[in-house]
Structures are given as structure tokens and as C-alpha cells.
Design a protein around this ligand. Structure first.
Ligand SMILES: [Zn+2]
Length: 413
């Protein structure tokens, strides 16, 4: 028994050594010149040479370009990576390449990769992949102009792999080839009326929604990839005022009317769930109840909009109803998995709140009037009811056909 295992191990090690050795003979490793070779020789090499690639990776959902309220074109997507070795592997550099020209459109150093690398099922980041660990690199690449977005992408990783023999542990590999999905991005109206709304945890580098991968029905989904949690600021830039955080009525946004962002059909209504007490994180919420009282609209073309956390009994539509843009759906509340009254809004590719994938969308007209210092300051202001230090945008910026980006203060009327 014991000796059999030793033999098996020896064979496995010999195989790895052979693969690594072969890889070394075939190409320059850890050398930037490798990236400059022509596409032709690179594809020829890929076809002929078999290289040891400690990380295997793929992009499960091709990125879809859309315009942000900063005027830039953004790609937001996940690179699923697996450390397919028995040793630790670190990604020391990640380049997003135009797969046709080989030009780098984004380069992340080790620290930047580590800030975006999350093991499957964890919310924390890691700087090294443990043996056999699966993880996501949550990527965000942006461009000055839409026509600069490549047709397809591939990822060049510079890794350090413990499982390779000493002296051969620095390896450069190309993986995660993907098309860029050129579908039409759904253009909608706003989900609320009025002014001084703050788009919190919105695209593209806030982590709460963008990295909310969930295993549902046997698959990994990211329905909240482009979700926004809207709060509203009062004249003193407070999310709530008064003595007690627990009082729902103290929140500026509480009871505001959520409206249909576009014509559509109501495909799901959940009502009757109680309000949560602001400031106390709800426990024991099932996936089906996470959105609280909620509405899902089919907007056509494979786009579905989810509105979550409404006041109980406030929903004015029923499953099967047709709604027109601007129709009132319900009142903003604090039901479900919610820490404070807010409107959660996102667009996704199916009628299920969790077993769908988030799609980008653009709001046809809104005004950006300011910007909050960031998620940390927002969380503090939400917890304490204190004034958020908004940097005004002067003059206010009229935006058309774009996604309200994270921590922007926007007017919808
Ligand atoms: Zn949310």
C-alpha cells in the first residue's frame, strides 16, 4: 500500500517535471519579450507547444461594453482561475490583451491582482492561490472611447508556482480567451423620480454587488453584477436625520415611489415580508426572501429588472400586469436582507433574482450633481446619520445613455 503510493507520487512528479521542462524549451519565461511576438507566431506556438500552465482559467460570461456616467466605456467581468497544482501559486502580474493584436489594454501588478482575487465562496481577497484553489479575479477595464474596445480578449498571467522545480517556478501563460459581447445594451429610464439620490455600491469597483457570486441550483451566478443601492440625501446631505436610526421614517428615501424604468411585464411579485429594523443586520433570511418585498419586470430582449426591499403592502402591481415606463410599482422600504431603507435596482438576463446573470444597462437621461468620498464614508453616514461630504459637480453634468456609477449623486427629474 505504502510503496504503491510512493510509486504513484514519483510518476506524478516526473510528469510535472517533464511538462515544465518542455515548457522551458519552448518559450522564454518571465520575459516581457514573450508578449511582443507577433500574433502569428504566438498562435503557431500555442498550437505546437505544450506548456505547463499552473493556472487554468476561463471567462464564464463574455464582457458587454457599456457607457458609464464618467463618459468612459467599461468592461466588467470575471476571470475564473484554478490553481491546478499541489503547491501555492501567486499571480504576480495580469495583463488583459487584445487577443488579435497582442496589445495590453490593462495591466495589473501583484498587489492589484490580489485586491481582486477572491476564492470561491469567500468575500475576502487573497494574494496567493492555495493548492487546488478555485477563485475569481473580478476585472474592470475601461476605455476613453467605445471604438477602442477589442473584439476579443486574452489574459497573460505571470505566475510563481511552488509546484514547479526550483529555478523554473516563474511561468508566463496565456489563458481565459473570450469574445467581447457586442449585444445592444438596454436603455431605460430612471427607477425613481426626484433629486439627490446617491448610487451606492454601484459599478464598477465597489465589491458588495459586483462580487456577489452565489452558488444557486448547482451553478455560479452573479445577478447583482451591475446593481445599485439607491439612498437619498436630504438638504444637509444626510441619509437619515432625527434621533434614532431605528426609525424608518427618519430615512430620506423611505416611502419614495419606485417606478417602472421601462415598459414591461410584471413576472414576479413578493409581498408581505416585514420591515427590518435599520442598523440590525437580518439573520436567517432564505435566498427567496433576500430581496424582501420585490418586483421583477420583463423589459424584453432578455432584460429583466429587479426592484427590492419595498414596504410591505405597498406593491401596486400584480404578476402578469403590463406596466409602462413611469408607472408606480411600490414604495421604498427596508424588507428582506437590508440594513437601512434603500432601493436595490438591477438588470439581469433571466426572471430569477439569484439564478440569473447581471446585465449592464444605461439610463437615458439624468444629472450628476456630486460625488461622495467613497463607500467607507457612505457606510459611516448611513450608520450615524451624519452629513456626507459631497463634492459638488459644477456645473451639474447632464448625462445621456449611461450607467450611474458608484457614489455619484444624481437627479432623475
Ligand atoms: Zn443591493
Amino acid at each position: 500500500m505504502h510503496s504503491t503510493r510512493i510509486v504513484a507520487l514519483t510518476v506524478a512528479v516526473a510528469l510535472v517535471l517533464a511538462l515544465v521542462g518542455f515548457g522551458n524549451a519552448g518559450k522564454t519565461q518571465g520575459d516581457a519579450s514573450g508578449a511582443k511576438e507577433s500574433t502569428q507566431s504566438s498562435s503557431k506556438r500555442t498550437a505546437e507547444v505544450q506548456e505547463f500552465t499552473p493556472i487554468v482559467a476561463e471567462v464564464p460570461h463574455a464582457p458587454i461594453p457599456f457607457e458609464g456616467s464618467d463618459g468612459r466605456t467599461h468592461l466588467v467581468y470575471e476571470l475564473e482561475v484554478t490553481n491546478f497544482t499541489s503547491g501555492k501559486t501567486a499571480i504576480e502580474r495580469l495583463e488583459v490583451l487584445d487577443a488579435d493584436t497582442g496589445d495590453a489594454v490593462a495591466t495589473l501588478n501583484a498587489r492589484e491582482v490580489a485586491g481582486r482575487l477572491q476564492p470561491a465562496g469567500l468575500r475576502e481577497t487573497v494574494d496567493t492561490l492555495a493548492p487546488s484553489m478555485a477563485a475569481n479575479v473580478f476585472l474592470h477595464v475601461s476605455f476613453d472611447k467605445a471604438n477602442q474596445v477589442p473584439e476579443r480578449l486574452v489574459h497573460q498571467l505571470s505566475v510563481r508556482a511552488e509546484a514547479a522545480p526550483p529555478g523554473q517556478q516563474k511561468i508566463t501563460e496565456k489563458t481565459g480567451r473570450t469574445e467581447v459581447d457586442r449585444r445592444d445594451v438596454k436603455v431605460v429610464g430612471p427607477p425613481l423620480r426626484g433629486s439627490n439620490y446617491l448610487a451606492a455600491d454601484s459599478c464598477c469597483d465597489a465589491t458588495r454587488h459586483t462580487r456577489a457570486t452565489l452558488p444557486i441550483n448547482g451553478k455560479v451566478w452573479l445577478s447583482q453584477r451591475y446593481a445599485v443601492d439607491y439612498e437619498q440625501l436630504d438638504a444637509n446631505n444626510r441619509i437619515w436625520s432625527g434621533k434614532k436610526r431605528e426609525n424608518l421614517d427618519n430615512y430620506t428615501i423611505y416611502g419614495k415611489k419606485a417606478i417602472a424604468a421601462a415598459d414591461g411585464k410584471v413576472v414576479k411579485v413578493i409581498d408581505g415580508l416585514p420591515e427590518q429594523v435599520p442598523g440590525i443586520f437580518p439573520e436567517g433570511i432564505s435566498p427567496e426572501e433576500a430581496d424582501g418585498n420585490s418586483v421583477i419586470l420583463d423589459l424584453g430582449g432578455g432584460n429583466y429588472a429587479l426592484y427590492a426591499h419595498f414596504q410591505p403592502g405597498s406593491i401596486r402591481v400584480e404578476e402578469g400586469d403590463r406596466v409602462e415606463r413611469g408607472d408606480v410599482l411600490a414604495l421604498v422600504g427596508n424588507s428582506g436582507n437590508s440594513l437601512a431603507p434603500h432601493l436595490h435596482f438591477h438588470v439581469m438576463n433571466g426572471p430569477l433574482s439569484l439564478a440569473s446573470n447581471g446585465l449592464p444597462y444605461e439610463v437615458d437621461s439624468f444629472t450628476v450633481t456630486g460625488r461622495s468620498p467613497g463607500t467607507e464614508a457612505f457606510d459611516k453616514a448611513e450608520a450615524e446619520g451624519t452629513r456626507l461630504k459631497i463634492t459638488p459637480v459644477k456645473p451639474p453634468e447632464m448625462v445621456t445613455d449611461a450607467m450611474p456609477l458608484d457614489q455619484r449623486v444624481v437627479d432623475f427629474d
